[in-house]
Write a protein that binds this ligand. Structure first.
Ligand code: PMP
Length: 382
């Protein structure tokens, strides 16, 4: 049996998404900027995809820009805010953001910007008081995620955004791990810019969205006439169609599938806790996206477990920043002051393609291997 439980890393392309894309890889290949009929047809299809995305986010069509990755969307939003900061220098972000945010901040620091990286507590939560204290008259942007890719934590973006706006500060929100898992409504959140990626919602890699609220100052990262002069480059028509289909399916599904995913995740955690002692679940467990479990076992290192489980065709992430032979703990876990010596986690992220049968197989293999590693480690220490 094969068990893929690394859906926060990427997801399988949905069959309906693929079928929607295929005609645009074959016969309907015209450039949407062309004036002849086939070009008009692809233009219409791109705009229908835009409409589906706008509907999913409760946004206006003209507020949706297609990009190539959430990384590009994040960098574009931050660089745009920095270029329109009117001399202001401070940006507030957190230590738990995705590398695309943190590395843009590192660059901006070299350009004289003043970046505040908010600390988190041991559950990865950000304190509202710390956030308020970080704001000064020089602050022009906050960049924070709605849901964290490793812990699954959900952040109070609506509240933070209100505070930012009271201080005339723009708010960029990385919603890459939130879309499809929890409601993402731009009007409710109130954010100025927002990003997410196709490949986390069963569309292909290489297509994503940047939402820019109407009236927000905006300078492109990639200049050109496409996307209403906001993102140059001939539109990636088939992938945009795929993303549109994925968005349409999320709207149709209305969070029914994710309920089942949550049941599987909760079942997994309950079973593991009943079969093993000394289990620790990282993150804000009562306030997480429904598919994620960052789980650790005393005396059974997550790096070793991930490698052993691979031999049983189980694909998941460990708590490392990269998969090298010398694994370095992820910045997120370090920021949470995780006790990584004793509890080095694995990250499990389910989705609607997982079955109960797969989860039972996974639980069985996990329990066996945690016990095996514990015996080995106890043997070594004697
Ligand atoms: N933000 C978050 C929270 C993510 O999890 C990811 C993907 N791991 C990204 C941004 C980047 O997305 P992409 O792969 O489309 O660049």
């Amino acid at each position: 049996m094969e068990v893929y439980v690394d859906n926060n890393a990427t997801t399988k392309v949905d069959e309906d998404v693929l079928n929607a894309m295929l005609p645009y890889l074959k016969e309907s290949f015209a450039n949407p900027s062309s004036l002849y009929d086939s070009g008009k047809k692809t233009r219409k299809a791109v705009n229908a995809a835009r409409s589906n995305v706008a509907k999913m986010l409760n946004a206006e069509e003209k507020e949706i820009i297609f990009t190539a990755s959430a990384t590009e969307s994040n960098v574009t939003a931050i660089m745009s805010a920095a270029r329109n900061s009117n001399g202001k220098k401070r940006i507030i972000t957190s230590k738990l953001e995705h590398a695309s945010i943190l590395e843009t901040m590192n660059y901006l620091e070299t350009q004289g910007f003043d970046i505040v990286y908010l600390d988190v507590d041991d559950k990865g939560r950000i304190s509202t008081e710390d956030f308020k204290k970080a704001i000064n008259g020089d602050t022009f942007l906050v960049a924070m995620m709605l849901a964290n890719n490793e812990l699954g934590n959900i952040y109070p973006i609506k509240e933070f955004c209100q505070i930012a706006h009271e201080n005339n500060i723009l708010f960029h929100c990385d919603c890459t791990q939130a879309v499809g898992k929890i409601k993402v409504d731009v009007k409710e959140l109130g954010v100025d810019t927002l990003s997410f990626s196709g490949h986390k919602i069963h569309a292909p890699k290489g297509v994503a969205v940047l939402y820019v609220k109407e009236g927000t100052p905006y300078t492109p990262l990639i200049f050109g006439h496409q996307e209403n002069n906001r993102r140059g480059g001939t539109e990636n028509v088939p992938y945009i169609i795929g993303l549109g289909k994925a968005a349409e399916k999320i709207v149709e599904d209305n969070f029914q599938s994710i309920e089942k995913v949550k049941e599987l995740r909760d079942y997994f955690e309950e079973q593991i806790k009943s079969k093993l002692d000394d289990v620790h679940i990282y993150g804000d467990v009562d306030n997480r996206i429904p598919n994620t479990s960052n789980i650790a076992f005393l005396n059974a290192n997550g790096n070793e477990l991930a490698i052993i489980l691979e031999a049983s065709n189980i694909s998941l992430s460990n708590g490392s920043a990269c998969n090298t032979t010398e694994p370095k703990p992820s910045d997120v876990l370090v920021a949470c002051h995780a006790n990584l010596k004793d509890y080095f986690p694995i990250r499990v992220s389910f989705d609607s393609y997982n079955t109960k049968e797969q989860v039972d197989y996974f639980i069985n293999k996990l329990v066996l291997n945690v016990n095996m590693l514990r015996r080995k480690n106890n043997g070594n220490s004697n």
